[in-house]
Design a protein around this ligand. Structure first.
Ligand code: CTP
Length: 400
């Protein structure tokens, strides 16, 4: 049976040329057994008729916030409650701005504000409008509120230009919706996992910095594995050469202090925190405004201790399930157990490091340790290891 069987899906349509594709999306969802209702903005009805969508769904199409007849049939609050999931396709720049601003000046924005259902958005607009910092800022705002954006895709646009701004195809959106319902049956569905990854860079002057060999591979693999277990995932990453895994919200940072600030901010809404980042323990006491010249034979740099992100988060949010990583060259288990206690963690993943081991490698070998338990995971690919680590995390989290 399809994951969409009997699911109640509200499709929102705003005024963009891509609205014609939405009729096909609705048809695909109905074919998979979903109950679909459609809400259109005033501009949307200029691109596709409500009659088409009414005929496809077998339900009246909602367009007006102040229509007493429609409100009597199914009012805006009822509609917001009815939906198991809302997908807005296409979402114009204007609609995105209004949702980001918390407006409720028409039926669709009011429903978005009044719903507790997962909200998904498929933007479609001219490529310059998409790249505009105002639109980008609004999209960031939505992502921070756990509203999921899909696309836009690159390609030829209705306006004759080529670039990012095309709405994803109906079939892709139908698959995304199906995957969302499939993930609701997963062990971390509805939970938010916050992950730090990669190295940090501590500026010495405008062109030099202190950093380390961390590639971010482990943290990114953990983020992907957490997403596959159904979680909402936020990745706070130092500079790495990796793409954010599909569906994972990423915030890029540079220094330990920036990572500290962003992580504490995001931790408020997280259920699980996993610190995989190789945070620089120290940063230069003074950052030179200009490039430092080689004037002396000897040069020494005063360093200050950086905040410990994991320690501060686990102490500020005692209910958060906190997981640390420990890279050790000796006495692996003893040092890891010390960190588990000192940093007030629920779990620690310890791995031996050294030449050709751990950092910047595709494989790893770890010991997963928690109060009263210990599992050794032999050397394997970091992606496979991440899946096993996340399975242990999710089990311990759900048992807590
Ligand atoms: N960590 C952190 N913030 C820091 C330093 C470390 O969040 N400023 C996190 C790492 O992401 C990792 C764990 O803490 O999860 C590592 O603990 P730590 O005691 O820093 O390990 P090492 O850096 O290996 O320290 P030590 O030199 O004491 O072994």
């Amino acid at each position: 049976m399809s994951d969409l069987n009997n699911k109640q899906i509200l499709i929102g349509i705003s005024g963009g040329i891509a609205a014609y594709k939405t009729a096909e999306l609705v048809r695909l969802l109905i074919k998979k057994g979903a109950n679909v209702r459609v809400c259109m903005t005033k501009a949307a009805v200029k691109f596709i008729t409500p009659l088409t969508l009414q005929a496809l769904t077998g339900n009246p199409v909602a367009t007006d916030l102040l229509d007493p007849e429609a409100e009597a049939a199914m009012g805006h609050i009822e509609l917001a409650r009815w939906a198991d999931l809302i997908m807005i396709a296409p979402a114009t720049a204007d609609l995105i701005a209004r949702i980001a601003g918390g407006h409720a000046d028409d039926l669709l924005t009011t429903i978005c504000l009044a719903t507790e259902a997962p909200l998904h958005i498929a933007p479609a607009m001219n490529r310059v409008m998409w790249d505009n910092p105002a639109t980008q800022e609004n999209c960031k705002n939505l992502q921070q509120r756990n509203i999921t954006l899909h696309g836009p895709a690159n390609g030829e646009q209705a306006c004759g230009e080529t670039g990012a701004g095309r709405m994803l195809e109906a079939l892709e959106l139908a698959k995304i919706i199906e995957a969302e319902f499939a993930s609701q049956a997963k062990p971390l569905a509805g939970k938010t996992v916050l992950i730090t990854a990669g190295p940090t860079r501590e500026a010495i002057d405008p062109v030099r910095f202190i950093s380390n060999r961390s590639s971010g591979k482990m943290g990114y693999a953990i983020a992907k594995a957490a997403k596959e277990l159904g979680a909402n995932v936020t990745l706070i990453s130092g500079p790495v050469a990796l793409e954010a895994p599909e569906g994972v919200h990423r915030e890029l940072v540079e220094s330990a202090k920036e990572m500290h600030r962003e992580t504490l901010k995001q931790a408020k809404s997280a259920d699980i925190f996993i610190a995989t980042a190789a945070v620089s323990d120290y940063s230069p006491a003074n950052v030179a405004n200009q490039k430092i010249k080689k004037t002396e034979d000897k040069f020494s740099l005063a360093l200050n201790y950086n905040p410990d992100i994991l320690f501060d988060v686990s102490h500020a949010f005692p209910d958060l399930f906190s997981v640390g990583f420990a890279a050790e060259t000796e006495d692996l288990i003893k040092h890891a157990q010390g960190k588990l206690k000192r940093k007030k963690l629920d779990m620690i993943v310890a791995n031996p490091v050294g030449k050709d081991q751990g950092f910047d490698q595709d494989t790893n070998q770890v010991e997963v340790i928690w109060q009263g338990g210990h599992i050794s995971l032999p050397e394997k690919d970091k992606a496979e290891l991440a899946v096993e680590i996340m399975s242990i995390v999710s089990q311990q989290f759900n048992d807590k």
